[in-house]
Design a protein around this ligand. Structure first.
Ligand code: NAI
Ligand code: MG
Length: 495
């Protein structure tokens, strides 16, 4: 289907209403049901998403299974070229996609949504180029036997994605899965169905029918049947710990592999020799204040040496205060909204709890005064100081614009505090001392550790966590080989 550019996100959301994308075509859900998708900045409906259930899952998986066979038979580099070409074409739609994400997710266009849309293509281009790395090995097993391994696709992959960074988190599943010769059925998050659908519609111009299919719907009603489907041979999930466990249990019944990326409570250690200004900027970026803190790698535990603590907090407050909350589609807006009313209520509860637990609350920036936005899911950013390490705000993932700042005296104390967490996704340390940096990178218990910077997911860098933050790695060559192929051993007897 040819795809015309549509820069009005309201028109685009309407045009994508009421359908899944199966076998290269938009199709209505079998049960005919839809649900409203709300603009979190106003509370008004922007369209209706198809409410998928088991029947739609059965249809999509059947199609994906049939398409996978001939897709896997194509030369690997041909698949790679097509996936890379998807990236090139998606790059022409950055403005359009950025506006649509801003509309459905509430993430500010300039600081977040357009940025996400513009890094999307890179992931497809990166994985497209890796197609010829799907190599096997020869093994010196026996001189009379030619022994080798090959990498085989797993079959149909089920991808379940969240709403906070829907395009990028979809790309790090879909791109490697396709390049490795699998077909994919994606279940989008209920709050952000349209941008994901749009991306896949654009990709249909390039990919053969049926190798990439998109369903929208609710977790238990649509995601559940996808994980449980007998022909889904691998599940890649990003979301909450609780749902991750449900997915893992269902996958265990079928004995299929899963990748789980499940959030965190990531520490940021600021040593007394740190460049203070850089560290403050790093806290703003790391905490994702412009995304309302809705990030699995958010630096939500900020540990500051007692010598710098007060000055750090004062500068951090000034910086956050300078961020403008407003309409996500407005170019001057720095901070948009929380995703939905339920998440807003959860975040607000934690903010109340923080005060009850004895922390000192600093509520910053200002709510937008536009009456149009009066019903929007806005929450003012909060920095808590004097936080007790065993309090709930210090230990639980809030997934909102709430940062906890702790004061420490010694490096050892900082490391212990940083590692005293059920999570282990990301960690950063800010120091100008090489030895401190090296020791910290060795001792911090996390899948992704950075010194004096706070980058997000990057092509070619393995991304994922330990402890409750999940299983497996994404975004790298190894993740494609380990998670989207299986190794076959082949022996040819020459005697
Ligand atoms: P969730 O984990 O329930 O939803 C994520 C995805 O899983 C969505 O597509 C959802 O429809 C699907 N899902 C839900 N139940 C399912 C089931 N039984 N079977 C299969 N799929 C299912 O997360 P939710 O409710 O949106 O947010 C709750 C919390 O999760 C947040 O406050 C945050 O702490 C965490 N979260 C973490 C994310 C991350 O990037 N690691 C992303 C989104 C949320
Ligand atoms: Mg949930």
């Amino acid at each position: 289907m040819p795809v015309e550019m549509e820069l009005d996100p309201f028109v685009l959301a309407k045009s994508l209403s009421g359908v899944h994308l199966i076998d290269g075509e938009f199709v209505a859900p079998v049960n005919g049901k839809t649900f409203d998708v709300l603009n979190p900045a106003t509370g008004k409906s922007i369209g209706q998403a198809a409410e998928g259930d088991k029947d739609d899952v059965d249809h999509a998986v059947m199609v994906a299974k049939a398409a996978q066979k001939s897709w896997a038979e194509r030369p690997a580099r041909e698949r790679g070229k097509l996936v890379a070409e998807c990236g090139r074409v998606l790059n022409q739609h950055v403005d359009e996609l950025g506006k649509l994400i801003a509309l459905e997710s509430g993430k500010a266009l300039r600081t977040e949504s357009r940025v996400e849309a513009s890094v999307l293509a890179d992931m497809f281009v990166f994985y497209g180029g890796l197609a010829s790395e799907l190599k096997g090995e020869t093994v010196p097993f026996n001189p009379n036997m030619m022994t080798m391994t090959t990498r085989e696709p797993v079959g149909v992959v089920g991808a379940i994605i969240p709403w906070n960074v829907p395009l990028l988190l979809m790309a790090i599943k879909v791109a490697p899965a396709l390049v490795a010769g699998n077909s994919v059925v994606v279940k989008s998050a209920e709050d952000t169905p349209f941008t994901v659908l749009r991306v896949c519609q654009i990709m249909q111009q390039i990919l053969p029918k049926g190798v990439l299919n998109i369903l929208s719907g609710f977790g238990p009603g649509c995601g559940g049947p996808l994980v449980e489907h007998k022909d889904v041979k691998k599940v890649s999930f990003t979301g909450s710990v609780e749902t991750g466990r449900t997915v893992y249990r269902a996958a265990a019944e079928k004995l299929i592999p899963v990748t789980l990326e499940l959030g965190g409570k990531s520490p940021m250690i600021v040593m007394d020799d740190a460049d203070l200004e850089k560290a403050v900027a790093g806290a703003i970026g790391g905490m994702r204040f412009t995304r309302q803190g809705q990030s699995c790698t958010a630096s939500s535990r900020i540990l500051v040496h007692e010598k710098l603590h007060d000055e750090f907090v004062s500068r951090l407050k000034d910086r956050v205060n300078a961020l403008k909350m407003g309409n996500p589609l407005d170019e001057s807006t720095d901070i948009g909204t929380i995703i939905n009313a339920k998440q807003r209520a959860k975040v607000c509860k934690y903010i109340e709890l923080g005060s009850e637990e004895g922390a000192t609350k600093h509520e910053l920036s200002a709510l937008p005064d536009d009456p149009e936005l009066a019903d929007g899911q806005y929450v003012r950013p909060v920095i808590f100081t004097d936080v007790k390490p065993d309090s709930r705000i210090a230990r639980e993932e809030i997934f909102g614009p709430v940062a906890c700042v702790f004061k420490f005296k010694t490096f050892e104390e900082a490391l212990e505090l940083a590692n005293d967490s059920d999570f282990g996704l990301a960690a950063t340390v800010w120091t100008t001392n090489l030895k401190t940096a090296l020791v910290a990178t060795k001792r911090l218990e996390a899948g992704f550790v950075q010194v004096n910077q706070n980058l997000v997911v990057q092509p070619n860098l393995s991304y994922g966590g330990i402890k409750l933050s999940g299983l497996g790695r994404e975004a790298s060559l190894e993740s494609m080989l380990e998670h989207f192929t299986h190794k076959k051993t082949i022996i040819l007897n020459m005697e």
